[in-house]
Design a protein around this ligand. Structure first.
Ligand SMILES: [Zn+2]
Length: 63
């Protein structure tokens, strides 16, 4: 899904500031965040999302 910069700015202007759509953490101004599949994610949630996304590719290293 493509989004324009204007839509992204609108998310940042939500009442009370931007908020992570997964954990609910308030995002401070200038904090990195990721807009994925219609959900705004903070840094911590991005890691969880990525781990789940790439779970099918997970392997365990052999000794
Ligand atoms: Zn979060």
């Amino acid at each position: 899904m493509r989004y324009t910069k204007k839509q992204r700015q609108d998310l940042q202007r939500q009442p009370g500031g931007a908020q992570c759509g997964r954990c609910g953490r308030r995002l401070t101004q200038g904090a990195s965040c990721w807009y994925i599949n219609g959900v705004l994610l903070c840094r911590a949630c991005l890691l969880d999302y990525a781990m789940g996304f790439f779970a099918p590719h997970r392997e365990e290293a052999a000794p």
